[in-house]
Ligand binder design. Sequence first.
Ligand code: NAI
Length: 389
Amino acid sequence: MNVGIIGGGTMGSGIAQVAATSGCKVKLYDTNQDALDKAKAALEKILSRLIVKGRIDNDEKLRIQGNISYVDSLKDLADSNLTIEAIIENLEIKKKVFSELESYVSEDCIIASNTSSLSIASIAASLEKPERCIGIHFFNPAPLMKLVEVIPAIQTSQSVLDKSIETISNWKKVVAVAKDTPGFIVNRVARPFYGEALRIYEEGLADFATIDYSLKTIGGFRMGPFELMDFIGNDVNYTVTETVFTAFYFDPRYKPAFTQKRFSEAGYLGRKSGKGYYDYSEGAIKPEPTKDSELAEQIFNRVLVMLINEAADALFLNIASAEDIDNAMTKGVNYPKGLLAWADEKGIDWCVSKLDELYNEYHEDRYRCSPLLRKLNRENKTFFSEEVS
Ligand code: NAI
C-alpha cells in the first residue's frame, strides 16, 4: 500500500514510522526541508535505540528506512492509496492543501486528517469528493500509543470508513470510532481529569502535590493531573480546554480554569520551560503531599465521578460505543481502567448520588448528572452487563 504523509513534524514523522514498519511504502512530504532532515535523523536515532534494546535487528531497521522516502512536492503523493495530513492546525491552510492534493491523487485515494480540534466535515468540504475524507487521529508519540481514533464526517462513505479501520488495525493499532464532535473521544472525556483537579485546587481543598498523590495512590493513574499538565505543557493543555469549551457553545462543564491560564501566561509551561506546577530546575525538591487518606479518597472520588459522568454522557450522545470509549481512555491516555467499567465497579447508584451531592452543594450546571446514569440507575442496569447481580 502506498501512503502519503503531509507534514513531517512530531506527528507526521511518527505516523510515517508506524506505516513503514507495517510494510507500507511511505512518502513523507513537508514544505520545510529542515523538517524532513530532522524527521530522517530522528528515525535513524529511534531505530538505532530499538536495536540496542534488542527489539529489532539491523535488517529490520534498513527495511523500515527503505520504506520511507522524503519528498518536497505534493505532486509526489500522486500514487497514494491513503494520505494522512499532519500539518499546522489551521483550517484555511489545511483546506488549501487538501484541494490541491485532490487534483493529483486517484479517484479512490482516501484523504485523511490527523487534526485534534477541527471538524472533519469542515475539512471534507474542501474536496470535490468529500466522501473520501475521514479523520484518523493518532496520539503522541504515534509509534508508542496504541489508540487511533477514526472519525467519519457526515460526508464520509461507509467504504472509506471500513477501509480506514482495516488499514489502521493492520498497523497494529486499536481503533476507536468517534463521532465528528469537539475533542472526539479522548480530548473530550479527559477534560475533568484536569478541570476538576484545578477546581479542587482553586477551592483551596488541597495543593498540587496532594491532588496528584490522591489520583496516583488511590486511583492508580500513572501521573497526577498536575504532573501530566506539566508534561503536556500548560499552554497546549489550556488551548485544548479552551477550544473544546468554545466548540461546545460554552457548556460550563468544560470551562477552563484561571489558574492554568495564569500559569500559561506567566510562561510556567511545565517541564519544557523548567517550571510549571512543579519546579524542574536542578536540585529542586518536590513538595510533599498531605498523606491524609480521607482527604485523598474525597479528591479521587470527585475527579473520578466527573470523568465517569463525561464518559457516560459521550455514550448517551452516541459519540462512540461503550467499548470504544473505555478503550480510548486506557489505550490513548493510559488510564488504569475504562471509565464505564469503573462506573460499574463503583456502582451506578454511587455515581448518581455522588454527582447529585456535588450538584446540591454548588448548584452549577457543571455538576449535572448524565441522563444515562440516571436511567441505568432507575432500571437497575450497568454499562457492560444487563442486570446488577
Ligand atoms: P508540528 O509543528 O510538529 O509539525 C507540522 C509540520 O507541518 C511542520 O514540519 C511544518 O513544516 C509542516 N507544514 C506546515 N504547513 C505545511 C504545508 N502547507 N504543507 C506541508 N507541510 C506543512 O505539528 P504536530 O504536533 O505534528 O501536529 C500536526 C497535526 O497533528 C495538527 O493538526 C495537530 O492538531 C495534530 N495532532 C497533534 C498531536 C500532538 O500531540 N502534537 C496529537 C494528535 C494530533
